[in-house]
Design a protein around this ligand. Structure first.
Ligand code: ZN
Length: 214
């Protein structure tokens, strides 16, 4: 055993590729375990096309996903509209360029970051990440207003992005495997719970945004 470890160390494999092998096996279990097909947003029981990326794929997230059968294609398409607008805003484009997540040949029309798009972007990630990684909390949370906001699209001032979250103490939402992988892409998903109020904070590189969810 000791010999094997030495051999492995000598092979010059970066330590993360060793972890990746184990993680991929865990992924296999979580991706292909049969799930009861029911959309966690609209309760639809059909039209499931793919896994759902909790953090958009174009921010480098390949593994923090919900299994096929969790979010229906209709909801997925609906969310793509505001996600694309957020990801092609000046702020996100700059940060994506910085982390080489934007290819020169991809001509993206940049735009302003709209408050309502950012609110939805954050709430969708909050809802999905709690479902994935903090299921017990998720089961006890009241999401009716968030779902109405995401599905019906009416502007809801209650979900305004918090201008400053520095005085709150945050904890990570994803488990350590997901946290490790997300951190390699400069991504962080956190929550704070103060006086029965719940906050969700998202970080991508130097961009950081917080929203009150309950
Ligand atoms: Zn749905």
């Amino acid at each position: 055993m000791r010999h094997q470890v030495l051999n492995w160390e000598r092979s010059g494999l970066p330590i993360h590729s060793f972890f990746e092998t184990i993680f991929l096996k865990l992924d296999y279990v979580s991706f292909y375990m049969p799930v009861a097909k029911r959309c966690i947003f609209c309760s639809s029981q059909d039209n499931f096309e793919s896994v759902e990326h909790i953090v958009p794929r174009s921010l480098g997230n390949l593994h923090y996903v919900l299994a096929k059968g969790t979010v229906c294609a209709n909801c997925n398409n609906r969310f793509a509209h505001f996600e694309n607008r957020v990801l092609s805003s000046h702020l996100f484009l700059q940060e994506r360029k910085k982390h080489h997540l934007l290819r020169a040949r991809n001509q993206v029309q940049s735009g302003e970051l709209k408050a309502i798009d950012m609110q939805k972007f954050l709430l969708k990630m909050a809802y999905e990440s709690f479902y994935k990684s903090k299921r017990k909390v998720w089961n006890h949370m009241e999401f009716t207003e968030i779902l109405e906001f995401l599905l019906e699209g009416k502007n809801n001032p209650r979900f305004a992005v918090q201008p400053d979250s520095r005085n709150l103490t945050f904890k990570a939402i994803p488990g350590w495997v997901d946290r490790f992988r997300l951190s390699r892409n400069h991504l962080k998903l956190e929550y704070a719970n103060v006086d029965e109020r719940w906050y969700f904070r998202f970080q991508f590189g130097t961009l950081r945004s917080c929203i009150r969810i309950q």
